[in-house]
Design a binder for this molecule. Structure first.
Ligand SMILES: Nc1ncnc2c1ncn2[C@@H]1O[C@H](COP(=O)(O)OP(=O)(O)OP(=O)(O)O)[C@@H](O)[C@H]1O
Ligand SMILES: [Mg+2]
Length: 257
C-alpha cells in the first residue's frame, strides 16, 4: 500500500440515482495493490451501490473510473472480470450439493479436449488456491454441506482467486459468523493483501474493519464523509463520520474498536 503509487482502482465523482433517490453523489474511491480499504457507513449510505459499480453490476450516471491509471468503464460483470475484479456478494452463491472444487469452478469448469471436465486439473488448482489462502479445509473434495459458515466464506473468497484477480470486493464477509470463524476470514483477507491484491471490504463491524484495513472510507447519505488511516484514527472520529455526530471529546472506555 502506498499513497504515492498509482492506485489500482480510482473512482472520481461517481453519482447514481434510482428515480428520486440519490444513492451516490460525487463519490471518490482509491484502492491500491497490497491495500485493504474498508467501505463503511450506515444502512443506505451507498456502499453496495458503489461496490456494484466496481463489479459491473450497476453503471454510474456520472463519474470517471481508472484502472492502473488508465481511464476505463466497467459496463458488465464480464468487463469487471476482464479487468481482474472479483466480488463476493453477501449471499455467497455457493451450491450445497457440490464439493469444494465444483463450487470453485462453478460456471467456468476446465475442460479437456473432447469437452470432458478436467477434474484432475480443477482439483489441483483448487488445492493451490486453498493453500494460497492458508485455508484449513482438509480436502478440495469435501462436500460444501460439511463446512461451517466460516469455511464457506473461505470457499467464496478462494473462488475469487481462480480468475487470478487484482481487486477483490467483499460485501459483509463476517456478518453471519462466530468469533472464531470471523478470525479465520480476517486471516484470509490479510492473505489477499499479502498476495498483492487490492481489497474493498464492506462491513458494519468496526472491530473487523480495524483489524484488517489500511484505510477506512466513510460514506454518509451517498457522499464521501472522510477517509481515515486505520492505524492512526480514533474509533470516535470514524464513528462520528458514519453517524454525522460531532466527535466525542472524552474517550469511551468500552469503545468497540
Ligand atoms: N435498485 C435500487 N432501486 C432503488 N433504490 C435503490 C436501489 N439500490 C439501492 N437503492 C437505494 O440507494 C441507497 C443506497 O443503497 P445501498 O444498498 O448502496 O446502501 P448500503 O450502504 O449498501 O446499505 P446497507 O448497509 O443497508 O447494505 C438507499 O437509499 C437504497 O434504498
Ligand atoms: Mg449494502
Amino acid at each position: 500500500m502506498s499513497a504515492t503509487t498509482t492506485p489500482l482502482l480510482s473512482m472520481r465523482g461517481i453519482s447514481k440515482s434510482f428515480g428520486a433517490v440519490e444513492a451516490l453523489v460525487g463519490v471518490d474511491l482509491d484502492v491500491h495493490a497490497h491495500e485493504v480499504v474498508a467501505l463503511v457507513g450506515d444502512n443506505g449510505a451507498g456502499k453496495s451501490t458503489l461496490a456494484k459499480m466496481v463489479s459491473g453490476v450497476l453503471n454510474p450516471d456520472a463519474g470517471l473510473i481508472e484502472f492502473d491509471g488508465e481511464p476505463t468503464t466497467i459496463p458488465t460483470p464480464a468487463a469487471a472480470h476482464a479487468l481482474g475484479v472479483a466480488t463476493v456478494f453477501q449471499d455467497l452463491a455457493l451450491c450445497d450439493n457440490l464439493d469444494v472444487t465444483s463450487n470453485l469452478f462453478l460456471g467456468r469448469e476446465l475442460k479437456r479436449s473432447g469437452g470432458y471436465r478436467d477434474d484432475e486439473r480443477m482439483e489441483a488448482m483448487a488445492r493451490k488456491v486453498l493453500d494460497d489462502l492458508n485455508s484449513r479445509i482438509p480436502s478440495a473434495r469435501t462436500p460444501l454441506s460439511w463446512l461451517s459458515a466460516g469455511q464457506r466464506q473461505a470457499v467464496a473468497i478462494a473462488r475469487t482467486l481462480i480468475g487470478e484477480p487484482r481487486l477483490v470486493v467483499l460485501d459483509e464477509p463476517t456478518a453471519a459468523l462466530s468469533v472464531a470463524q470471523t478470525a479465520e476470514v480476517l486471516m484470509h483477507i490479510e492473505r489477499l493483501r499479502e498476495l498483492g491484491l487490492g481489497v474493498i471490504l464492506i462491513s458494519h463491524n468496526m472491530t473487523d474493519v480495524r483489524a484488517v484495513s489500511d484505510r477506512i472510507v466513510v460514506l454518509r447519505h451517498g457522499r464521501n464523509n472522510g477517509v481515515f488511516d486505520a492505524a492512526s484514527s480514533s474509533h470516535e472520529e470514524v464513528l462520528a463520520a458514519i453517524t454525522g455526530a460531532p466527535t466525542l471529546r472524552r474517550p469511551r472506555l468500552h469503545a468497540l474498536g
